[in-house]
Design a protein around this ligand. Structure first.
Ligand SMILES: Cc1ncc(COP(=O)(O)O)c(C=O)c1O
Length: 380
């Protein structure tokens, strides 16, 4: 690619910075757990970004990084390998700059996410073998003389880990809480960018918070944490999109993770469904993975008599998985049953009349008014 002219790069960076200035921070939801007194769960609700997930932050950073490295010009076709959420956000930023965007994704990616990419002006290239997304994206970028944004390589270095990131936002929003420094932060890893940002941030600020990786059982990451020689887990097939990978990605930084919890897909889906009932709106599968691991830690803390807080991430909306994780027929086809896991979770996450009435759980406000009214009328 010939070097883009500096005026175009400057104008493009300015457009992205203007978008950042117009955007609001996402909410931190507080959930008191009557069954676990003295412990509070917080959810960083990343669904309220304009493109619906935590990947809005990453896409903005990847675009700035590519622009500042002169990798994007006014005629570039942008290409990305993705399981969908990053591509939705990148399609949005490509349109902001008037550039063509192609998302290379596994054929199993939900049709809801594909529709969102198209709605944001992107194009879709599906591959049968999920492991082929990287080489295909690189080839398409080469063929068009364009730019492979390559989130799996660049996520950890494109995001500023010292300030103006998801960790910075979480810790400032916690400032007035009883336990303002969380004992644990729990997140999943796709690229590994989010966990790297959080891990570096807590070290830089000298915070005692520990980082737990919530990883699908069929992902390589928790195996790699147990034995660093394991770098691929090629036949693991998880239905949780966005997190868990068959290979250790370049952006994954294992040194920053204090603990790993492997979560079966059925438990993630159960947790996503129970949280969706609790909030009155659907939450995605990776949020379920995070929630399952978070509640496991909180139960351990309760058993040890500890008090404190734990923060995890509500990554994207379950509306993106209506035709899969929220469809009982689809679950049965996959041989997944989550009823047992749901029963365990409902004991911890059932809204009580007191929380519904006083609104002490911020999340209770997310429940439809009709449902809350019915709950109150029945004295539940
Ligand atoms: C939908 C989705 N994509 C990706 C990720 C992982 O982010 P990262 O790529 O920063 O590791 C998550 C969760 O953490 C997620 O829920």
């Amino acid at each position: 690619m010939t070097r883009p002219c500096r005026e175009w790069v400057n104008a493009s960076i300015r457009r992205i910075e203007m978008e950042r200035m117009r955007s609001a921070e996402t909410h931190l939801l507080r959930i008191d757990l009557p069954a676990l007194p003295g412990l509070t769960l917080y959810l960083k609700d990343e669904t309220t970004h304009l493109t619906g997930s935590l990947k809005h932050r990453l896409a903005r950073s990847l675009f700035l990084y590519a622009l500042c490295n002169d990798r994007i010009g006014p005629n570039s076709t942008l290409v990305e390998a993705s399981s969908g959420s990053t591509a939705v956000s990148e399609a949005y930023f490509a349109r902001l700059l008037g550039l063509r965007f192609v998302a290379v994704m596994p054929r199993t990616t939900t049709t809801e996410k594909q529709a969102e990419i198209v709605a944001n002006g992107g194009e879709i290239h599906l591959v049968d073998d999920p492991g082929a997304i990287y080489a295909t994206a690189r080839r398409l970028a080469d063929e068009t003389g364009g730019c492979y944004l390559d989130q799996f390589t660049f996520a950890e270095r494109a995001v500023d880990w010292r300030c103006d990131n998801i960790a910075d936002s979480i810790f400032s929003q916690m400032a007035a809480e009883e336990h303002r420094v969380p004992t644990w932060l729990v997140c999943g890893a796709g690229t590994g960018g989010t966990s790297a940002t959080i891990g570096r941030y807590v070290r830089h600020r000298g915070l005692p918070t520990r980082l737990c990786l919530a990883d699908p059982l069929e992902s390589v990451y928790h195996r790699h944490m147990a034995d660093p020689r394991i770098r691929i887990w090629p036949n693991g097939r998880s239905v949780i999109e966005g997190i868990g990978r068959p290979q250790v990605e370049a952006s994954f930084v294992p040194e920053l993770i204090d603990r790993t919890i492997a979560v079966p897909d059925a438990a993630s889906i159960a947790a996503a469904r129970v949280l969706s009932q609790f909030l009155g709106r659907r939450c995605g599968g990776s949020t379920g993975t995070n929630l399952w691991a978070s509640l496991a830690i909180l139960k351990e803390m309760a058993a040890a008599g500890e008090k404190g807080s734990l923060v995890t991430i509500l990554c994207d909306s379950g509306d993106r998985y209506r035709s899969t994780l929220f469809d009982d027929g689809w679950l049965a086809e996959q041989g997944l049953s989550c009823a047992g896991y749901m029963a365990q979770l409902e004991q911890l996450l059932a809204p009580t009349p007191a929380t519904a009435r006083t609104g002490r759980n911020d999340a209770a406000y997310g429940r439809p008014v009709s449902e809350l009214a019915a709950t109150l009328a029945q004295g539940r």
